[in-house]
Design a protein around this ligand. Sequence first.
Ligand code: UTP
Length: 276
Amino acid sequence: MDIKKCLFPVAGYGTRFLPVTKAMPKEILPILDKPLVQYGVEEAVEAGLKEIGFVTGRGKRAIEDHFDVSYELEHQIQGSGKEKMLDGIRNLIEQCTFSYTRQITMRGLGHAILTGRTVVGDEPFGVLLADDLCFGDEQGVLAQMAGLFKQFQCSIVAIEEVPAEETHKYGVIVGERLSDGIFRVTGMVEKPPPGEAPSNLAIIGRYILTPDIFEILERTEPGRNGEIQITDALLRQARERCVIAYKFQGRRFDCGSVEGFVDATNYCYENHYLQR
Ligand code: UTP
């Protein structure tokens, strides 16, 4: 079964980026001239996931407007050389459908994904956290994972090796190595205290989930920070069925932090902008 839907949980407050995120969604922050969320939707489309579902919250209207036509603007620049600057986003709008549902109280990523159930239904789906900006080597990261899903038919999380002093910021997995870069998850812990991480394999913001995750999430109690954690639900799924962890091929920038955002900007400037 091909995956068609991709969920974008974008309801978080983005507190690491205050004050800019006070009145503006983190996902609209630009890397050069394109907002983070557009890179994310492009990656989903490349993987064949064209039914885009957003789990939004208060103050996120700019995301809806970005994926819509702006008639005044289009009229203003019609016939000018600037029209081509909208080619990329117009192309996405034509190819995709966009659905929105609201998370009323921000009770964590697991809760945001559960909120997305109404737009996902009963089929496997991708989850993309747009503040993790990824550039795959030959294929986008989600496309790499969609390929793997065909083989395993179970939930897949993308992982990256991180320095030991950084593991407390991530969900961390332990797994049985199946082949190069592919593990069957046997353990998982959300944001382990410094020095207590079971490995340095950190989960990043790309998932493919099978729909039984929703029932597991319904039964998942709040965990770390009092939030409903997707890692807790995935651990249960790993024990009951199977979850694969996949060391993706490419680069990732944590654009939810100022340092990652600056690194991503420099990387895109040097590797994309100057090559245009
Ligand atoms: P993060 O913890 O990285 O994002 O959540 P945040 O809360 O927006 O940012 P900080 O940590 O305060 O700076 C990971 C992803 O999950 C979404 C966020 O929007 C982000 O994409 N999320 C998180 C929700 O949609 N709802 C939640 O209740 C929590």
